[in-house]
Structures are given as C-alpha cells and as structure tokens.
Design a protein around this ligand. Structure first.
Ligand SMILES: [Zn+2]
Length: 257
C-alpha cells in the first residue's frame, strides 16, 4: 500500500490546516477547514483534488471554510453526530467507535468530549497518524469549554491508551511554545521536556511549525498526560492524588495564566 501523504500549513492567526492524500485512490481530505483560501492554496501547491472534509468540531476556526470548499469541489463532509445541528454542511455523521475507509486507509473515530461535547478525533492506524483537533495539543490540551475536567481527562486518557507511541499527532493550533513554558512550571526537572523546549524555541525562531508531534514525545513531556508522575504531583502538593484530580489542577493553573 502506498504511503499516506500529508501536507500541513498554517492559516488564520495560529491554526493549522492539513491535507491528507491517498495516492492509491487519488482521494484527498482536508482535516477541518479553518480558512477556504488557505486550503485552496494548499490544493494548488500539492496538485491534489479535494474529495473529503473530516471535521473534528463545530468551532468557526475549524469549519468556516467548509461551505465554500464543498461548493467548489463537491467534497463529502464527515463529522461528529453530536454536533450535526451546529455543522449544517455535514453529509455523513460519525460517532465513537465508528470506522470508515479513506481510500486504502481505515479511519477510526474516537470521541473526545471536553473542549466541545461532540468532538471527535480521527486515527488512521495503518498510516500511524491521528488528528486530535482541539483535544490533544503538543505539550498541552484544549480548554474545557463545554465538558467537565473529568470528561476531558477521560478523553486524553483514551487517546493515551489507544494511540501507539509512533503515532504522528496533528492538532488544530500552534500553541506549543506557550504550552511548553507552562509545562516547565509544573514539571521543571523533566530533562526530556527541557530538551524538547530547546528544539521548539529553535523551530519557532526559524518560523517553522512544531507539529506534528508523536505520542511518545507527548507521553514523556506533556503534563496533561502525566498526572501520575510523582514529580508533578509533588510540585502541585498532590502526592498520591487521583490522576483526574491532578489533571484538573494542571488545567486550572493553565487557565489562570
Ligand atoms: Zn475549538
């Protein structure tokens, strides 16, 4: 099977757009559609023709390009059943545990409520890649706008248990530098985190994206996936506390800076 091809690009102020292309079938999907013009430019650059749009959640900075792209390309729009009322352009709804084919690749749907109640993430196990929307960020996680902290922790724990180490993670935003600076406040002695921050600062200074990341990197350095870590628990004064409670305290601290 030919490899899945992936083209990531920046758009809006700090969003990422991503196109995925299956050379075997010729299919191309846009992961969310933050900005119509930016997705069109990416299609021109790659020479791919848009067949699908996979939607993680209804927020405008992930969906505002859908209507125009659908009209121009006739793309099939697939997104979360729980947000179908907020995404009128959906052709096909999916929910947790669903799988569908994107050309030669299986796409597993993982519900990750918390940032929004209906959010879904897409995992292509054969390509070792996942699109985590505004749930899991590099060194961070999405703000919990609609669900509870317990719900968001459950979603992250699900990703942590479902996605193998080698999985490349693409997410919705370039927040990594600010996330990393915060991560160092709760996990200052983590040598892997320190080394990663040096890399991230260099990438940003060169104007380059810090994504994709991998599950291995996130397991080692993302404090929101590490609430069991004794050093983090000690810094928070929560030694022995339940992971969900530690996660909630980390999220609360991040929200208050
Ligand atoms: Zn969002």
């Amino acid at each position: 099977m030919p490899d899945l091809q992936i083209h990531q690009f920046s758009c809006l102020s700090d969003n990422f757009g991503v196109l995925i292309h299956d050379p075997g079938s010729g299919m191309t999907a846009s992961i969310d559609a933050p900005e119509e013009a930016a997705v069109e430019r990416a299609l021109q650059e790659t020479g791919w023709s848009l067949s699908h749009i996979l939607v993680t959640h209804y927020h405008g900075d992930h969906t505002q390009g859908i209507a125009g792209l659908k009209q121009t390309h006739g793309a099939t729009v697939i997104g979360p059943v729980g947000e179908a009322d907020k995404i009128p352009t959906l052709d096909q709804t999916v929910s947790d545990g669903d799988s569908f084919q994107f050309g030669g690749f299986k796409v597993d749907v993982i519900a990750t409520p918390g940032h929004t109640l209906g959010q879904v993430n897409f995992h292509l196990p054969e390509a070792a890649v996942a699109f985590t929307g505004d749930t899991l960020f590099a060194l961070g996680c999405g703000r919990v706008f609609e669900g509870s902290h317990a719900m968001m922790w459950q979603s992250l724990d699900t990703l942590r248990s479902r996605l193998p180490d080698e999985t490349a993670i693409y997410c919705g935003h370039e927040y990594t530098l600010a996330n990393g600076r915060f991560a160092l406040t709760v996990d200052p002695d983590n040598v892997a985190l320190q080394a990663r921050m040096t890399e991230i600062e260099a990438l940003r200074e060169a104007g380059k994206p810090t994504l994709p990341t991998t599950m291995a990197k996130e397991r080692a350095t993302n404090p929101f996936l590490r609430p069991e870590d004794p050093a983090i628990q000690a810094i928070l004064g929560m030694t022995g506390a339940a992971p969900e409670a530690v996660f909630s305290e980390i999220r609360r601290r991040k929200d208050s800076i």
